[in-house]
Write a protein that binds this ligand. Structure first.
Ligand code: NAP
Length: 294
């Protein structure tokens, strides 16, 4: 149940209809039957498609009075459009509205969002930890959030009532909510999501640069290379957005990553088989613990 001072959530808006926004529309239809879903996106064709696919009930390319009837707004455009879309939506939001987002970085977003918020409109940062390497409304899929962790990064400015109303709403989705502070979120996702984009891209770049002299590298590439480099085929705009906006954390971890590579290299150079084996065994055990074999 929502807090008595906040309106109950009957109609939500999703701004930015792509992989995340469209898939969220599908999910909300399933987990909140009867909810009205209003979409805003940049292109009219995207709105038409999203309605046709059944992700939203109706939508528009402009921000207007129709937003007033939405008690909850999800901002799901590219990261660098999150704050601009918040600014466009704010003049049309009613008191008591909760605004959240999906951006893969949280520190810079909440830092910019918090001072923009009027007392009676509440921003709480979100990051659903689900995705694919595809983009745009055509990439929206049902079930994208099944078993996913949904990170929430409330700041001191967030109203406890709004946080509890948002958590209550999200608890109907098949996600696990994880509340943490924005900086801890950004360092953690830098390690498990953002640094891998840089590493996978560097690995592909190495093969690309050798392609002329050693075409067999590409020809021999099989499932190991595909699995290791999957995230290098993600949306390049999102990759650049992430690496620039979360660069402090990623650069800090890149240094640690180089040290880890150096440790392996030194063991190889010195031919220290036992030490290398021990290290690879410890790493395997840790990874197997993250992804237990079914
Ligand atoms: P996406 O597939 O490219 O979707 C974004 C959509 O936003 C586009 O389809 C575009 O639709 C629309 N858009 C672009 N500029 C806009 C603007 N100024 N105003 C309104 N709509 C605009 O990207 P995504 O993967 O869904 O990512 C969206 C957000 O989710 C990002 O913040 C990202 O960090 C976060 N996220 C992504 C993943 C992932 O794996 N992809 C995972 C978790 C979180 P039009 O056709 O109308 O231009």
């Amino acid at each position: 149940m929502n807090s008595p001072s906040l309106p109950s959530i009957q109609r939500v808006a999703i701004v930015g209809l792509g992989l995340i926004g469209g898939s969220l529309g599908y999910e909300l239809k399933k987990s909140h039957p009867g909810l009205q879903i209003y979409g805003i996106s940049r292109k009219a064709t995207t709105i038409e498609r999203a309605v046709g696919m059944g992700c939203i009930d109706e939508g528009a390319t402009v921000y207007d009075e129709r937003l007033k009837g939405c008690q909850l707004v999800f901002l799901c455009p590219p990261i660098h459009e999150t704050i601009p879309t918040l600014k466009k939506a704010l003049p049309f939001l009613s008191p008591g509205t909760i605004v959240t987002d999906a951006a893969s970085i949280k520190g810079p977003i909440v830092k910019e969002a918090d001072p923009l918020m009027p007392e009676d409109i509440h921003f709480i940062g979100s990051h659903p930890m689900a995705g694919t390497e595809h983009q745009g409304i055509e990439a929206a899929v049902k079930g994208l959030f099944d078993q996913a962790v949904w990170a929430l990064t409330p700041t001191g400015k967030a109203s406890p009532q709004a946080l509890s109303a948002l958590k209550n709403f999200l608890s109907k989705l098949p996600v696990r909510l994880l509340e943490l502070d924005p900086e801890e979120h950004d360092l953690s996702v830098a390690a498990i999501s953002h640094l891998p984009i840089a590493v996978a891209s560097a690995l592909v770049s190495l093969v690309m640069k050798n392609d002329q002299d050693f075409p067999a590298m590409k020809q021999l590439a099989a499932s190991g290379f595909r699995d290791t480099t999957r995230v290098a085929s993600g949306n390049p705009t999102m990759g650049a957005d992430i690496l620039i906006n979360n660069r402090q954390a990623v650069i800090r971890l890149l240094k640690e990553f180089r040290d880890a590579l150096d440790e392996i290299q030194i063991k190889m150079e010195t031919g220290n088989y036992d030490s290398l084996l021990k290290e690879l065994e410890a790493i395997k055990a840790f990874r197997d613990d993250i992804y237990p074999k079914k």
